[in-house]
Design a protein around this ligand. Sequence first.
Ligand SMILES: O=C(O)C1=C[C@@H](OP(=O)(O)O)[C@@H](O)[C@H](O)C1
Ligand SMILES: C=C(OP(=O)(O)O)C(=O)O
Length: 430
Amino acid sequence: MGSQTSDLWPAPLASTAVDADVRVPGSKSITNRALLLAALADGPSVVGEPLRARDTSLMVGALQALGTRIEEAPEGWRVSPGPLRGPGAVDCGLAGTVMRFVPPVAVLAQGDIDFDGDPRARQRPMGPILDALRDLGGTIDDGGRNALPFTVRGAGSMPGGKVEMDASSSSQFVSALLLAGARYDDGVTVHHVGKPVPSLPHIEMTVGMLRERGVQVDDGDPHTWRVKPGAVRALDTEVEPDLSNAAPFLAAGLVTGGRVRVLGWPETTSQPGDLLREIFGLMGAHVRVDSEGLTLRGPDTIAGVDLDLHDVSELTPVIAAVAALATEPSHLRGIAHIRGHETDRLAALASELNRLGGDVRETDDGLEIRPRPLRGADFRTYHDHRMAHAGAVLGLVVPGVRIEDIATTSKTLPDFTGMWTSMLNREAAA
Ligand SMILES: O=C(O)C1=C[C@@H](OP(=O)(O)O)[C@@H](O)[C@H](O)C1
Ligand SMILES: C=C(OP(=O)(O)O)C(=O)O
């Protein structure tokens, strides 16, 4: 990969301060939860304004493989639940939300469901969720790998009950059990044991979306979540813009000292990307939300930050890119688990920022970034959409950055290059 020139995208340099309105498509995390809950619901519903990207197509394909009908509707996708059944095959691609969220549904199907994904997907942590499903009464044949590929031998129902699980390597293990748990005979009680669970806002998103659909969830005790058995009510919804995918566009305003407005920023949200307001504010940006959206105005110089990103770890690549352009050192902490994301993001960020002449050191649980003048080079992305976003941000101000496999952005933003170019041409990127 990356050895051929055709794989390299010359990242556009910003000739002036960016000044643009941007519309980002729907949230990956909300779209895939809404689809899955619609497939488990007591009637048909519409997922409006969904994200249409690789991760959400994979979720659609997975649910269809289990017997759900999903069709185009004027507002988005109409989901008609059917009896869950195998045999079937699920391609997880590199989507954490598919490989973690769908097996707890597959145990409810009648028949065998085979799961596999991209080569890197086979290395992403799966053990805790597979063990938990077995403890709750499911049968999974993984050849002793505790990882993809595996077969869920669906029995048509699932006992459920109480389970202990170490979710320190991904919050998605907890979300996965909660999302399907209402359909288990005894519901589900998940008790986390181990180092702190990362990305807690994503678990809060899961709990909120379950409650919106009438599912009773008790999250009052520390490290414990209880879902009562019962129906998941069908609900027509509209997906919010993906605030994590807004990160590179806002960063463009920040690093060029320009202005970027992300249209339709929700007033209240469970998305961790909302924390960008605070984080980019600490880095010197002026940020304001009004009825139109969020407007960021970039500073003359970028401040260094010392941040624990445990709760918002998917924002790390773009924050690291901005930190490399600051006037002071930064320390990003609490993110050991992102070594298990699309790639080992700590290793990838250190290696690519240093390839551009940066001075970045990996720590056990984060990165130390000491800004240095950067120079153009080929920026590797390791099949990671957010590495590509980081490279594009750097390329705005560092001449000669070429990004390997920019198409990897299709995981969550198929038209990333179109949106990026429109932003630089001062048009609203729709
Ligand atoms: O539940 C979700 O939709 C997600 C949870 C988080 O996973 P981790 O807890 O593995 O970081 C996040 O990083 C990922 O992008 C999406
Ligand atoms: C970690 C991420 O994705 P996934 O849902 O595949 O875990 C991400 O999008 O940053």
